[in-house]
Design a protein around this ligand. Structure first.
Ligand code: ADP
Ligand code: MG
Length: 318
C-alpha cells in the first residue's frame, strides 16, 4: 500500500465485489487523517469480519475454477491485511442474516475491540491516520493537492468502470462529485461520463465498436484537438470491468492515432475492452493496472485496426 489513493482503490473495488449499488468515499486531508468507504453490499458475518484481515483471506475463491480467477480478476486477499497493519482501522459490517452489525477496531494490525451495534446492511471501512507507524512512507507522500488528485482519479476510474453503481466522493465535508447508476441500456451514458470527466465528454465524439471474437471494444474518443488547443491527455481504459493503465493497449491507441493523423496529439477517450478472462493475466503488477494478454500481438493489432477504422469512418485524416 503506497498511498491513500491505493487504499481508496482497494476499498472501492471490494465494495463493488460485495454487490453494492451505492458506494460513498469520504476523505479528510487528502486521505491522510481519514479514508472512509461506505457500501450497501452483502456485508460480512462476525466471523468473516475477523478473517478478512488474515493474509490470503479472499472469500472470492470457492471452487477449483476459481484458481483461474486469482489470475484473471486479481483476488489475492492481501489488501485488508496490509491496510490494517499501517492504520487505525474500524470495520462496521452487517449481512442481511445478522440482526446486529459488528464494529471491529484494529490499530496497527492489533485487535482492540469488537462490539455489536445497530446499522443498516452493508460495510463501512474507516481508516484513520494512515502510515502512523511507518514515518518513511508518510514522508513519501506528496502535497495534499497531489494526493487528492490521485484519489479523485482512482474514484473517477472505478466509477466509470461500473456504470450500474452510484458513487459519491466527499472531501473535507464537501461533496466533490456524485453520480447515480446509469439508466442507459446500450452504449455509454454520456451525462454520467461528462459528470465524471468534464463537459467535453458530453457530446460523445467518435464511437468505437469492435465485435471480434478475440476482443470486444466499446467506447468513445473525442475529436483530436487542434494543434493550438491546450488540452491534456485523458485516457480511460477498462478491461473486463476493471480500470487498467496498460502499456500495450496505450501503445496500440497511440499507434492508431499516429497512423491516421501523421502526428502526435493529446488523446482523450473512454474505452471498455472485454476478452475471455482465461486469455489474460491481471496479477502481473501489484497495482493490477498492467495486464498480460496471452496473445498480445493479435490483441495489439486488433486494437490498432479498429481505432484506425473508427477515426477514418468519422472523417479524421490528413
Ligand atoms: P480480495 O478482495 O482480494 O478477496 P481483500 O483483502 O481486499 O482481498 O478482502 C478480503 C475479503 O474480505 C474479501 O474476499 C471479502 O470476503 C471481504 N470483504 C472485503 N471488503 C468487503 C466489503 N466491502 N463487503 C463485503 N465483504 C468484504
Ligand atoms: Mg480486495
Amino acid at each position: 500500500m503506497q498511498r491513500p489513493a491505493s487504499v481508496v482503490k482497494e476499498l472501492m473495488e471490494n465494495a463493488v465485489d460485495a454487490g453494492a449499488d451505492q458506494v460513498t468515499v469520504v476523505i479528510q486531508d487528502a486521505g491522510r487523517t481519514l479514508i472512509q468507504v461506505i457500501d450497501n453490499g452483502c456485508g460480512m458475518s462476525p466471523d468473516q469480519a475477523v478473517l478478512c484481515f488474515e493474509r490470503h483471506a479472499t472469500s472470492k475463491l470457492q471452487t477449483a475454477e476459481d484458481l483461474q480467477n486469482i489470475l484473471t480478476f486479481g483476488f489475492r486477499g492481501e489488501a485488508l491485511a496490509s491496510i490494517a497493519s499501517v492504520s487505525h482501522l474500524t470495520l462496521i459490517t452487517k449481512t442481511e442474516q445478522q440482526d446486529f452489525a459488528v464494529e471491529y477496531v484494529i490499530e496497527g494490525g492489533e485487535e482492540k475491540s469488537m462490539e455489536e451495534i445497530g446499522v443498516p446492511n452493508g460495510t463501512t471501512f474507516i481508516i484513520r491516520n494512515i502510515f502512523f507507524n511507518t514515518p518513511a512512507r508518510r514522508r513519501f507522500l506528496k502535497s495534499d493537492r497531489t494526493e487528492f488528485l490521485r484519489i479523485k482519479d482512482i474514484f473517477t476510474r472505478v466509477a466509470l468502470a461500473h456504470p450500474d453503481i452510484g458513487f459519491e466522493l466527499i472531501s473535507d465535508s464537501k461533496s466533490v462529485v456524485r453520480v447515480s447508476p446509469s439508466k442507459v441500456e446500450n452504449g455509454i451514458d454520456l451525462r454520467r461520463t461528462a459528470t465524471l470527466l468534464g463537459a467535453d465528454f458530453s457530446s460523445g465524439g467518435i464511437s468505437v465498436i469492435c465485435e471480434d471474437p478475440a476482443i470486444q471494444i466499446e467506447g468513445m474518443i473525442l475529436e483530436p484537438p487542434k494543434e493550438t488547443d491546450a488540452v491534456s491527455e485523458q485516457i480511460y481504459l477498462f478491461l473486463n470491468g476493471r480500470p487498467i493503465a496498460d502499456k500495450l493497449v496505450t501503445h496500440a491507441l497511440k499507434e492508431a492515432f499516429f497512423e491516421v493523423l501523421g502526428k502526435t496529439l493529446p488523446i482523450r477517450c473512454v474505452l471498455y475492452f472485454s476478452v475471455d478472462p482465461s486469455e489474460v493475466d491481471v496479477n502481473v503488477h501489484p497495482r493490477k493496472d498492467e495486464v498480460r494478454f496471452h496473445n498480445s500481438s493479435l490483441i495489439h493489432d486488433l486494437i490498432v485496426d479498429n481505432i484506425v477504422l473508427a477515426l477514418r469512418k468519422y472523417g479524421i485524416g490528413p
